[in-house]
Structure formats: C-alpha cells, structure tokens
Design a protein around this ligand. Structure first.
Ligand code: FAD
Length: 612
C-alpha cells in the first residue's frame, strides 16, 4: 500500500511538532509544548483513549487488561538461555497513557548514584542534581496518615507538607497490615530500616513506597488523565489522534544531513502522511522507538538490508544497549489468618470488594499494599564484607565506562544493589506465559506472599530489532538476561538473602506456614541452588530501557544530551529508550522527569532557533 502526501480529514497539513506515541512521556510533552500558544502539536497514539475505563482506573483490577489486544502490546522475548529457555513476557500499554495506564503504580525515586552514572558515561549535563527539579515537577506526593506511618515505620520522611507540585497524584493509602509490619520489623532486626527519605536519592533499607493513585478518587493517576486534562485537550494548538499507527519517519535527504519532515501514518488501513515543520519526537517506548527508527532507515546497515529498507543514515547502536531489571519471584505459603491477595480467586470475595469500591471507594481495590527495601550487596550471611565484594569483582574487565560506572554503584556499601519487594499474592511462572496475567492469576490452591529480588544495576545488555519491514510486526526482543555472568552471581546472592527475611524467627517468617509450600520448592542455602531459583523464577520487572541510548556517538549513543538523534536534524527520542544506565528502583518517576526536562530543552532550542 503506497502512502499519499495528503493529510487525513481533520488534520492540518503540517504541525510544528509531531509526537509519536501518547504514552507516559508523550503525554507530558504534549502538555508542556502546547503551553506556548504559538506552537502547534500533533500527538499520535496507536491505541485508544481509555481514560474512563474502570479496568484502567481501578488500581486492583489491573490484571484484567493484560494480554488484551485493545490495551496491551503483549510482547514476548526470544527464549532466554540463562533462564532454562523460558520466554519472558513484556506487557506494554497500547492506549493513551501508554504503560502508565497498566503499570503497578509503584512510585519510587531513583538512587542518586544511579542517575549520576549517566554523567559518568559521557552526559555531563545529566546527573541527579539536574534531574531533581523535574522529579519534583511531575507529581504531588500526599502525606501518609499517622496509622500508615506507624505500621510502615515511616520515621524518615519530611512529611509535614506534600512533596512536589506536579500533575500526577501520588499517595500512600491505608490498606497496610500485619504483613507490611512484619516486613519492616524484619528489616529493623537486620539493622536495615531506612533512615533517610528515599526521595533524596540516598536511602538504604526498608521503606514504604508511595503509589500513583489519586488519594481522593482512589483511581490510577497516569499520564493521560493528569497531563491531558480537559483543559489541556481543549487547547487549540493541540491535536490528539488515537488509533493511529505511525509506520515511519519521513526524511528530506537532499541536503548535507537528513532532515525529519514528518511521519507516515496508518489509520484504519488508510496510509497517509503528515508534516512536521520543526521536529518529530519519538516517544513510542523502549521497544518501539528503535523499531520506528529502523523502519525509517536509521539503524544497522545489515539489519536494514535484510528487510530491504533504504538506509537514510547508519547507526548500529539503534536497538542495542537494551536494559531491564531482572526480578526473581519466590512465593511462600502463609499461615492460616495471614492476609493474602490470593483470596481474590473466590468470585464472592471479588464481588464483595468490588461492591465496597463502587460504593465509597473503600477496600483493597483502591490501594496498593506492596512494601519495598533497598539493600547493598548481600548474601546468605547478610551484607557482604568489603573483602568479599573485592573477591567477587577481582579479575574482571571494567575498561568499558558503563561497566565501570555500574561496578562503582554495586560495590559501594551505601548504594542499593538490590531492591526487595513484598508482593501480597502468589506469582505463577510459566515457560511460555500468554501474557502478564499468567503470572498473577492464582493457580495454586494455597494462599501465598511473594518476596521479589531485583538487581538494580545489571551489567547485561540486550537488543530489540525489527524482524520485518511490516510496521505492525512485533520487533524481536532479546533482553539477554544474565548474559554477563556477574548478574547471575549477584542475583543468586540476593536470592540467598531472602532466607533471612522468611526465617522462622523473623517477624515476616512468623506469618508464614514454615512447613508449607514454597514456589519453587527450593532454598537458596547454597549458591548453585540459588542460581537455579533464578533460572526458574526470574521474569521482567517491565523496566525496559536503553535501546536508543544517550551517550557520545562513538560509545554507542543514539541521541545526544539534548535527546536529538545523531545524524539527522529535527528528530528526537524522549522515553525510557534514552536511559544510558538503568536507574535504581521502579522507573516511571524517571520517565516522567526525563520527559519534563526534555520539554524544557525543546522549548529552549526553539527559542534559540526563532529568537523569541
Ligand atoms: C506491567 C508493567 C508494570 C509496571 N510497573 C511499574 C511500577 O509499578 N512502577 C514504575 O515506576 N514503573 C512501572 N512500570 C514501568 C513504567 O510504567 C514504564 O517504564 C513507563 O511507563 C514507560 O514509559 P514510556 O513513555 O517510555 O513508554 P510507554 O508509556 O509504553 O509509551 C509508549 C506509547 O507509544 C505508543 N506507540 C508505540 N508504537 C507506536 C506507533 N508505531 N505508533 C503510534 N504509537 C505507538 C504505545 O501505544 C504507547 O502508548 C511498569 C511497566 C509495565 C508494563
């Protein structure tokens, strides 16, 4: 099907900026760029607008959207050789709001060192201090109640006033109970309770994360509702087009450097073009921004040739450098009387909770009761000694600046090598999960809690590339988890530490059925068994990033510090793809703040160009 240079009915022929992907980052940009009335923006989203959909808005119903074509791209990895050849699912939001519309809503701030590492790998203008104003700009964090503070041992936050003043509404909720208390008491007994506010980037120990849930309405607070409010949508200089698949970026190649001039779109099978007079901005997420670049002729010559795509300009780094946080999920049967989300398998319980939520927004469906902890490098004996850390890293090559930057974080006893999560239900791992819901729907008859071990700064790098010139064909995602064997060594040690958390004498262990089942039925007492637990139970924590990395070009960069694509004019990438190094913790806070900062950079560049 050929495309015609005629705009679709209702569209102008040209806009100043075209944003590709109305996801987490894309909605931020659409809002901020149209604050200037002179700037005309077109926001293009492949999915629909589901901002009034109860499955999206109700925090406790999130599992209901996974795998459904109208909400979720539902990508699958190639089999992972280090994980017993299992296939790993990667849910991705396909709707206005993108992945912020189907994520778990955990709102965690990155560690300072993990953002300072961005500067260390060639981006001197991107460090924690530079990002901090934007970490405050995207959200307003409500204060926790006295009872939440008490149950969750919150003694470290400066919580007399809300933190930040941005559109995303963030809260702590009220549903915490004995399991959360057990979590905090257990970490306290290990002298690993946070003493600092995690928002200052230097927390270590257990702390209560907030959630992107509006404290008043008890609904998901995500980019499409918070940045695209009715007021913003009413702006005459903003056009939002949903159900619009962007096939590729169009270039003028007649000058010395290719210039992005617009995009080719597919709306209900009708392929047409629309022009951008200033810039095309790709915000299609870490799996699809590189896909669109390759479909447009930007990428490795060999890959483009395989699919008969003419090269506009070559950059083999496109789609490489892919990162993700590996997460190992061990489930433990609870004692009679210990609360577990597994009771939702009973339709009568689910109905009663739905009735409560519908009546007055009360009950667990309007909250998230996950708790977390950051720890330094630990193993079965606790925090690993300096000597032990040195031994683990001895004789390895750290000449690559990114590897050196990650080593510096992981070996620093004041930095969070691991994030632990207390998840209130069982997690089911399948060799080939149909979708994310496969992990969440209880299949075991007993009730469980899950302790999750996340490696915050992995060394392994994967890739994502097109497998066809068809824009609708899913790209091939190979995260290459643990291909750097250090990741397996570290993760296995992190898994060994879980035995401290669930031990019979620990406060959490006392809530478990110590003679009951575990998933898997293995204990990480020795390192080899801990590695087998990783192989059987590691999945993705859905933090894919780094596939269009911000780095110097000669070091594998795709974008520069202003997020402009090397080798072209008028083209940027603004989403999780640009992260040069995965930040510690859950990454939505970083995606939002990168997009906020990008909006300022774009405005600044326009001011300079048109001298306004
Ligand atoms: C299941 C899940 C749970 C998560 N839980 C958490 C959590 O609890 N806390 C946390 O901090 N983070 C969490 N994350 C991660 C976080 O939500 C994401 O990292 C973040 O939302 C990614 O933002 P983005 O802007 O890079 O991409 P996205 O938000 O995914 O946006 C990309 C957008 O581009 C659109 N698009 C793609 N291709 C095209 C095309 N060709 N044409 C037009 N549009 C296109 C997509 O439909 C989508 O709307 C989770 C993610 C998932 C998937």
């Amino acid at each position: 099907m050929g495309s015609v240079a005629v705009p679709l009915a209702g569209l102008e022929e040209s806009y100043d900026y075209i944003i590709v992907g109305g996801g987490t980052a894309g909605c931020v940009l659409a809002n901020r760029l149209t604050e200037d009335k002179d700037v005309r923006v077109l926001l293009l989203e492949a999915g629909d607008d589901r901002t009034t959909d109860p499955l999206v808005l109700t925090p406790g119903l999130v599992a209901g959207v996974y795998g459904k074509d109208e909400y979720d791209w539902n990508f699958q990895s190639v089999p992972q050789s280090t994980l017993n050849n299992r296939i790993i699912n990667q849910a991705r939001g396909k709707m206005l709001g993108g992945s912020s519309a189907l994520n778990f809503m955990m709102l965690v701030y990155p560690s300072k060192a993990s953002i300072d590492a961005w500067a260390a790998v060639g981006n001197p203008n991107w460090n924690f201090e530079a990002l901090k104003p934007y970490l405050k700009k995207f959200a307003t964090v409500d204060v926790p109640s006295a009872s939440t503070k008490d149950i969750c041992s919150i003694t470290y936050n400066n919580d007399t006033v809300a933190y930040g003043d941005g559109p995303v509404q963030v809260s702590f909720g009220e549903g915490y109970g004995v399991t959360n208390k057990g979590w905090f008491d257990t970490f306290a007994s290990l002298d690993l309770l946070s003493k600092r506010d995690a928002r200052d980037g230097q927390a270590l120990g257990a702390f209560q994360n907030a959630s992107s849930i509006d404290p008043t309405t008890k609904t998901r607070s995500f980019s499409a509702v918070t940045y695209l409010t009715p007021e913003v949508r009413a702006r005459e200089n903003l056009k939002i087009l949903t159900n619009t698949h962007v096939n590729k970026v169009l270039f003028d190649t007649t000058g010395p450097e290719p210039v992005a001039t617009g995009v080719e779109i597919n709306v209900n099978g009708i392929v047409s073009q629309v022009s951008a007079s200033l810039e095309v901005i790709l915000s299609a997420g870490a799996l699809q921004s590189p896909q669109i670049l390759e479909l447009s002729g930007v990428g490795s010559k060999e890959i483009l040739a395989q699919h008969n795509i003419p090269v506009v300009f070559e950059n083999p780094a496109v789609g490489e450098g892919m990162q993700d946080h590996p997460i190992v999920c061990q489930s433990f049967e609870v004692k009679e009387g210990t609360p577990s989300g597994d009771v939702l398998r009973d339709p009568a319980v689910l109905k009663a909770l739905l009735d409560m939520y519908t009546a007055d927004r009360s009950g667990p469906l309007g909250q998230l009761t996950i708790s977390v902890a950051y720890t330094p490098l630990v193993n079965k004996t606790g925090v690993i000694s300096d000597e032990g850390v040195k031994k683990l890293f001895a004789g390895r090559d750290f000449s690559n600046p990114a590897r050196a930057a990650i080593r510096d974080i992981v070996t620093n006893p004041n930095e969070p090598t691991f994030q632990y999560i207390l998840f209130p239900t069982q997690v089911h791992i399948a060799d080939k999960p149909d979708n994310m819901a496969t992990h969440l729907i209880p299949v075991e008859p007993e009730n469980f809690l899950t302790v999750m071990t996340i490696l915050n700064s992995p060394f392994s790098r994967g890739s994502v590339h097109i497998q066809s010139s068809d824009p609708k064909a899913a790209p091939v995602w190979d995260p290459k988890y643990n291909h750097d064997d250090l990741d397996m060594e570290l993760l296995a040690r992190g898994v060994q530490f879980v035995e401290h958390l669930v031990a019979p004498e620990s406060a959490l262990g006392k809530l478990l059925n110590q003679s009951g089942r575990r998933l898997p039925q293995l204990k990480g007492d020795d390192l080899e068994t801990a590695k087998e637990i990783v192989r059987q139970r590691q999945i993705s924590v859905f933090h894919v990033s780094g596939s269009c990395s911000m780095r110097p070009r000669e070091q594998g960069g795709v974008v520069n510090e202003r997020l402009q694509v090397y080798g072209a004019k008028g083209l940027r990438v603004v989403d999780a793809s640009i992260f040069p190094i995965e930040p510690a913790g859950n990454i939505q806070s970083v995606v939002y703040s990168v997009a906020e900062r990008a909006a300022d950079l774009i405005k600044e560049d326009r001011r300079k160009a048109v001298k306004v």
